[in-house]
Design a binder for this molecule. Structure first.
Ligand code: GDP
Ligand code: GDP
Length: 462
């Protein structure tokens, strides 16, 4: 398994393809112990775990892309956001629901069929009734028909169309899945035939609250002579901003989402969680992800988490180290070192020092985005690719493994945006990871894949 690939239950690789519309977000909410994570795992399927050999990428099991009945969506277990709280029953739920209401398209409210309704359940349903979003009510631990009959108490909560199911045993999961996919927003329309392809570089600006994302957008809007195109996107309130500078157009994805602060509550954990969900949504549609990080505060674990999600999706990445105006040269050098250290799983991502406040470095950020977007879209001609590959093999052939050296026959570029290379080999499973890394690095160096994840797949040819 190569880096940046996601193993699907069918053994395929998740299309890392840039989508024109965001994947809908489905959030699971519910009291502790009702079975949210069991349901999450059941819906995601065991094999969907993201395989990544890079150390330092924070694995987060609370989000996963799911393919179900021909639709794709991002499933989120909001229970995973719960920090310890004095009153877990109430606090946890309120927080989850705030997050879900702000960012989710569909909310799955999980109740416990094995217990009578609790005051927390009543509070939860009260909040959800005002959500203004589709909510699917379901009762877990309905392990048998008999258990289902005992549900009548839960019906007193007033949840309409309560679906009894068992996450552990898979009972009536189909029904729940059907209800979820039916509640998803309609799929985006296919682009009209003959419509000119949009060449604009699609950029997502992501980062923690207060990193300076809105300041950057305002700066871009204010300083350059811009063509602003703020029409509502295909879904909901996704509003993109088009900026043209010289020969290049940029589409900054969901800038409305960047400016929209979590109004519901000022609790930090909610704001953080909302920023992660916003990032996930925007990244899906972006070629280039700009992680904006506060140089003064220092790079945080949350930054690494967000960047890890971009790398999982095989997006091109740039790190904007913002608020450089607050630091002298020496302090900034330290901040940069710290960023490299915390984000060591992407040594190939450029770091751009900048200040959204003074505008310094913003031009450099745009030209870096342009450069890496071009690399992201590059197709290397097969002849050139194989001449390079022969040199690589000559310089350092694959090491012997199990008495024989695997043979590598040829290489092709199967995809662009993001680039995917396929190497035909005699015994792909015997090619050592460090050798794969070597090939990857050579490709990156030789063809200028700065800031771009380079995926290489080895296929058998006997
Ligand atoms: P969470 O706190 O809501 O994420 O709940 P978990 O998924 O961790 O589940 C809490 C407990 O309920 C665990 O012991 C699970 O094994 C159990 N559980 C989950 N689903 C079912 C189910 O369908 N039937 C029964 N009997 N137990 C379940
Ligand atoms: P967002 O939450 O990521 O959208 O962050 P904002 O753009 O709202 O910025 C948060 C705070 O940081 C605001 O008070 C900004 O004025 C400030 N800020 C943003 N960029 C810079 C910068 O480059 N330098 C300094 N000194 N402050 C900045």
């Amino acid at each position: 398994m190569q880096e940046d690939q996601v193993e699907q239950p069918d053994g395929g690789v998740t299309p890392a393809r840039v989508m024109s519309a965001p994947l809908p977000i489905v959030a699971i909410v519910g009291r502790p112990n009702v079975g949210k994570s069991t349901l999450f795992n059941r819906l995601v399927g065991k094999k969907t775990a993201i395989v990544h050999d890079e150390p330092g990428v924070t694995r987060d099991r609370h989000y996963s892309d799911v393919t179900s009945r021909g639709r794709r969506y991002t499933l989120v277990d909001t229970g995973g956001f719960d920090p310890e709280s004095d009153d877990p029953m109430r606090q946890g739920i309120k927080r989850q629901i705030d997050v879900a209401i702000t960012e989710a398209d569909v909310i799955v409210c999980v109740l416990d069929a094995s217990q009578p309704p609790t005051p927390a359940d009543h509070a939860e349903l009260d909040l959800l009734r005002r959500a203004g979003k589709p909510v699917i009510y379901c009762a877990n631990k309905a392990d048998s028909q008999r258990a289902e009959l005992e549900l009548s108490d839960l019906y007193r909560l007033g949840a309409r169309d309560l679906i009894p199911f068992s996450a552990l045993h898979g009972r009536r999961i189909d029904e729940l899945e059907a209800a979820i996919t039916a509640a998803l927003p309609p799929p985006p329309p296919e682009p009209e035939e003959g419509a000119a392809p949009d060449e604009a570089i699609r950029v997502a600006i992501v980062g923690r609250p207060n990193a300076g994302k809105s300041s950057l957008i305002n700066r871009l809007l204010g300083e350059e002579r811009l063509l602003v195109d703020a029409r509502p996107g295909t879904t909901r309130d996704a509003i993109d901003t088009r900026i043209t500078k010289g020969k290049h157009s940029f589409l900054f994805i969901d800038t409305a989402g960047i400016r929209r602060k979590a109004k519901v509550t000022k609790e930090d954990s909610v704001v953080e969680a909302v920023s992660v969900l916003h990032a996930i949504r925007a990244m899906e549609r972006a070629e280039v992800v700009v992680l904006l990080s506060d140089a003064f505060e220092g790079v945080a674990e949350q930054d690494a988490k967000i960047l890890g999600l971009a790398v999982d999706r095989a997006r091109a990445v740039v790190i904007g180290l913002n608020k450089a105006d607050l630091l002298d040269k020496k302090a900034f050098g330290k901040a940069e070192e710290n960023a490299r250290d915390k984000l060591s799983f992407v040594p190939w991502a450029p770091i751009v020092p900048m200040s959204a406040k003074t505008g310094r470095g913003v031009g450099n950020l745009l030209s870096t985005i342009t450069r890496i977007a071009q690399a992201f879209r590059t197709r290397v001609p097969t002849g050139e690719l194989n001449r390079f590959f022969e040199q690589v093999l000559e310089h350092r052939p694959p090491p012997t493994s199990g008495g024989r050296a695997p043979r590598l026959y040829y290489i092709t570029q199967a995809e662009t945006s993001p680039p995917l290379f396929v190497v035909m080999a005699s015994a792909p499973e015997q090619i050592h990871f460090s050798y794969q890394r070597y090939v990857q690095n050579q490709l990156r160096k030789n063809f200028g894949f700065e800031g771009v994840p380079v995926r290489v797949k080895y296929k058998p040819r006997r």
